[in-house]
Design a protein around this ligand. Structure first.
Ligand code: ACO
Length: 206
């Protein structure tokens, strides 16, 4: 049995761990990274710190362990501006920009360090219709039992309640399972770049 509840500060380590254990297009990325926190610094931590009202977790009632999360923001542009001011500067002190290393030679850690220095911006063409965005990750034991849908429903209701008219997300091109899940939930493909697909969903009033 699982409980779905708002995330708390004490969930931070679990969020970082789940992010890493699902970070290779849905598969465990632990073996890929030297620094076990670097992925979480980009894809989990900033949401818990700067958008805690849109962070929800699954807690296993037996073990008390957090086994999944959904993290989102209703206004991506405002979130990006906040991170520019408050989240990235201290991380840039910790992780040097691998600018001198040719792109093709960068390690996975260096590729994420590059994102810390040069965080990607959601294109305006996407933000116009889909200003919110999200990330969702469940550990294998929590997958496939309707919990992903439950987390999404909770977050989408919260985003709708905050006035967001649409939500987008980016998913690895090879993560066909997650893509099937998003399509099943009504998301449609907005664009495709090498390695990544962007999906969007219009949030209509209840
Ligand atoms: N194709 C078609 N339908 C699917 C698929 C699929 N590949 N996967 C799930 N569904 C359907 C289910 O049949 C179910 O249908 P129903 O509710 O109408 O009966 C519905 O989608 C919900 O399925 P859940 O069981 O809730 O899905 P799950 O709990 O496995 O969550 C998720 C899906 C989030 C992709 C999960 O498997 C996961 O965390 N995977 C690993 C991490 C990952 O890949 N995360 C996405 C990264 S991209 C990003 O965060 C933006």
């Amino acid at each position: 049995m699982f409980t779905l509840r708002p995330a708390r500060e004490t969930d931070r380590a679990a969020l970082y761990r789940i992010c890493l254990e699902t970070g290779a297009s849905g598969q465990d990325a632990t073996h890929l990274y030297t620094d076990p926190l670097i992925l979480g610094h980009v894809y989990a931590g900033p949401y818990l710190t700067h958008a805690p009202g849109f962070a929800f977790v699954l807690e296993d009632q037996g073990s008390g362990e957090v086994t999944g999360y959904v993290l989102g923001v209703p206004d991506t542009a405002a979130f990006e501006a906040t991170l520019d001011r408050e989240w990235w500067p201290p991380l840039r002190e910790l992780y040097p920009d691998p600018a001198g290393v040719p792109r093709a030679d960068r390690t996975p850690d260096e590729r994420i360090a590059h994102l810390i220095h040069w965080p990607p911006r959601a294109p305006q063409a996407v933000l116009t219709g889909y200003p919110a965005h999200l990330h969702i990750d469940l550990l294998p034991a929590a997958q496939g039992g309707g919990r992903g849908r439950a987390l999404m429903t909770t977050l989408l209701d919260a985003l709708r309640g905050a006035g967001a008219r649409g939500v987008h997300l980016g998913v690895g091109e090879s993560n066909t399972r997650a893509q099937g899940f998003y399509q099943h939930l009504g998301f449609r493909e907005l664009s495709r770049a090498p390695g990544a697909v962007t999906y969007g969903l219009t949030l209509t009033a209840p």
